[in-house]
Every structure is written in C-alpha cells, then in structure tokens.
Design a binder for this molecule. Structure first.
Ligand SMILES: [Zn+2]
Length: 267
C-alpha cells in the first residue's frame, strides 16, 4: 500500500512533469473513483501545484483542486493520449500536449475528489487528517494516548490520530522506540512517546529520501522504485536475527495486521 513516503515520491515525480499542463478532457470509466469527474468541467484548467497532506496527493488547478487517495493499489501513469486504456484504468485526464495522466487501480478503492481552493482543506477527507509525527507535540500526544486502552500499533495506524504511518513504518518505528506493538496505548510513558514520535519522523524522512518502500505489490508510479526495503530492520524479517540483539524476529498479529517484533528489545 502506498504510505506517506510513497505518496511523497509520486508527488515529486509527477510535479517535475505535469506543472502548467492544460486539461483538455477528463474520461471517467468508473464513476465511484471520481464521482464529479463527469459533472464538473475541467477543460482549460491548468495544473498549478502538487501538494501532499498525509497520504493524500493533491492536484491544484486554476479554479479547482483534485484530492486523491490511492488507498491499497492505486497508481498514476503518464502516457501518450493515443495509447489504449489499460485493464484497470479508471480515469484518464488528457492534456492539450497530447499526453494523459491515467489512474489505475486493481482494487478500485482509490478516490479522486473535485474540490475548490476555498473548501478542500476544511471538508472531509482532508479536514479529518491528523498531524504528521514531525509536527506533533509529544506532551499533547501523550495525553491523547493516556485516554486509549487499545494496543499502541492500531493507535499509530489511525490516520485521525497521527498521519502517515502505515503497517511497515509502524513496525519499524516501534522497534526503534523499543516498545511492543501490543502494549496498551495508555501505558506508554512520556519518554517512550517522545521516542516513538522521533523514530516515526526519522523513519518517514529516511524512507522518503529513498523513494519509499517497494514490497508486496506496491510500486511507485512512473517506474520509480523505492529503496527503503533494503533498510528495513524488522518488517518482513521473520526468523532473521534482530539487528541489535540477535534474537530471531517473530511475526505476530496485532489488530489483524501482520506485525514483526523483537521480544527482547521491545518491552
Ligand atoms: Zn532485539
């Protein structure tokens, strides 16, 4: 699944190419993905900027804003407009330069929502996105954790509480912070909260620098392959020695998600 570093990578890749391109036509082949794509006329709109908020990729246009979320399997590709539609292609945005941006999504969970400059930050989904680890005050976050009894891992995966951490990066974060993913959130100390936020910010920054993580089925759009999978400490490392103490890494389930831990280093 594209997580924050992968979405940032897609943003950086696309913005090198599509800024100032002018939209000629939008084709929506599967309406749930872009519900207003056939209703709002985007002809003549130019792409003025790309932004990222949490895992949302935002295309700013002259008068409108497209808020996109790639969810599990979504990807963007740039192609010549005459190239035929691919099997799982659901939206095609054609530009006046005869190139087109294609949204491809085998699971059809992704969304491209048309908003305005005035409302896109103040309406769902962006109004519900929490701060990223680097922007969160540890004391405030600790107060919030104190009120939650569920395990720390699902709390950190909750995008309404902290933005940008997915399954891979939560495992890495909790390993670095030496906290077991199963620990109740309200039992995490202030000192551990600081370590978790610092580790999360570092992990996301490093992964972004390396173009994200390419594992499972996810591959960044436009042929960009992330390299953070080479830096993973515990995620996907079942049975391999812990990089700190040598104890074999174990795979457990936490909140239904495959989770990798060192039971010696993490308390
Ligand atoms: Zn260890």
């Amino acid at each position: 699944m594209p997580e924050l570093p992968e979405v940032e990578t897609v943003k950086r890749t696309l913005e090198l190419k599509i800024l100032n391109w002018e939209i000629k036509k939008v084709h929506v082949y599967y309406e749930n993905i872009m519900p207003d794509g056939n209703k709002v006329n985007l002809e003549g709109e130019k792409i003025t900027a790309l932004e990222r908020v949490g895992k949302f990729l935002i295309f700013k246009l002259t008068n409108y804003v497209i808020v996109s979320h790639m969810r599990m399997e979504g990807r963007f590709f740039l192609k010549e407009d005459i190239e035929p539609k691919s099997k799982h292609e659901h939206v095609k945005i054609t530009f006046t330069n005869h190139l087109s941006l294609r949204y491809v999504d085998t699971r059809k969970f992704g969304r491209l929502l048309i908003k305005t400059h005035d409302n896109y930050l103040d309406t769902p989904p962006l109004s519900e996105v929490a701060k990223e680890p680097k922007d969160i005050d540890p004391k405030e976050f600790h107060e919030l954790l104190k009120r939650r009894q569920r395990a720390i891992k699902p709390t950190l995966l909750d995008q309404g509480i902290i933005a940008g951490l997915g399954n891979i990066y939560v495992d890495e974060t909790l390993f670095i912070a030496k906290v077991l993913p199963t620990r109740e959130s309200n039992l995490v100390t202030l000192d551990e909260t600081k370590k978790i936020l610092k580790a999360a910010a570092d992990v996301l920054a490093k992964a972004t620098k390396l173009g994200g993580t390419t594992i499972y089925t996810y591959e960044s759009s436009e042929g960009v392959t992330g390299r953070f999978q080479n830096e993973l400490l515990v995620h996907t490392k079942e049975g391999e020695p812990c990089p700190i103490c040598g104890t074999p890494i174990e795979k457990i389930k936490v909140g239904g998600r495959g989770t990798y831990v060192c039971f010696k280093c993490q308390k």
